[in-house]
Design a protein around this ligand. Sequence first.
Ligand code: PMP
Length: 311
Amino acid sequence: MPPVAFHKGAFVPLEQATIGVMTHAFHYGTAVFEGVRGNWNEQEERLFIFRMREHYERLLEGCKVLHIQLPYSLDELCTITVEMVERCGYTQDIYIRPIAYKSEERVATLNLTPLKNDFTVLAIPFGAYLNVEAAARCCTSSWRRMEDTVIPPSVKISGLYVNSILAKTEAVAAGFDEAILLNQQGYVSEGTGENLFLVRKGKVVTPPLEDNILPGITRDTVITLAKNELGIETVERHLRRADLYLADELFLTGTAAHLTAVGSVDNHPLGDGQMGPLTRKLQNLYFDVIRGRSPRYLHWCTSAAPKLVSA
Ligand code: PMP
């Protein structure tokens, strides 16, 4: 079945979902996006879209920041997305990309308020982003995480991602899998597309929101699972660079990255350099939850069954 997108108010074949070269968002990054996963459940022959509502809540927060008024409610955005996914007919893991953007074809203006808005959502087949079986090799980036006083990092504004892209590109060119960014105060913030957790002496610690992190939905999922399933309270506190080197375990969380262990930072091995035992436990719990295999957390999953119709 050819994939479809919801674009400019209608379901169209994905290759016809295009924008003009004068589009404001193309020139200035004036868009807000989300990354949502649909996880294929082989037994049930359906996809489970994970925490879609929370992703759209965050998207709508970003829209407020960028003065984007959409003609769709939160419920309508969810309904459109399920229909788009079902029409695509994928029978494998997918990545769903909604994007709300300044669609006006007008380049020489920096005042957002009079500009027209639009919304597109599409899906692509998507396997692993980082290798979840291995332990990633990370470096501390020479780039700093964007400050809230420059562009709010708590929502996914497209232009902001140049910060992550510079850090990721530098890290990969230097032979690492992922970069960890510090903020201007020198505290650990997050990965280029992931939040960060460390385990030390049985305690689970993660940077607080004020360290310029994105309030990750996977982060919240892991905090909830650690508490409900393992009785572990996550501590939110500032972390310094050396805290990373001294961790017993370190892992990254994100919709794309899932829950990925970190084996070394700046070539300092952590523990034995492999995935740690608590990381493994949380990863197993997490994978069951996102595939709709944990009855207790089914309310986080929206089921989408592939439709046998074309667009
Ligand atoms: N931080 C950044 C900068 C990200 O882009 C992402 C991915 N959305 C995350 C953290 C993780 O967020 P989530 O778990 O909601 O995907």
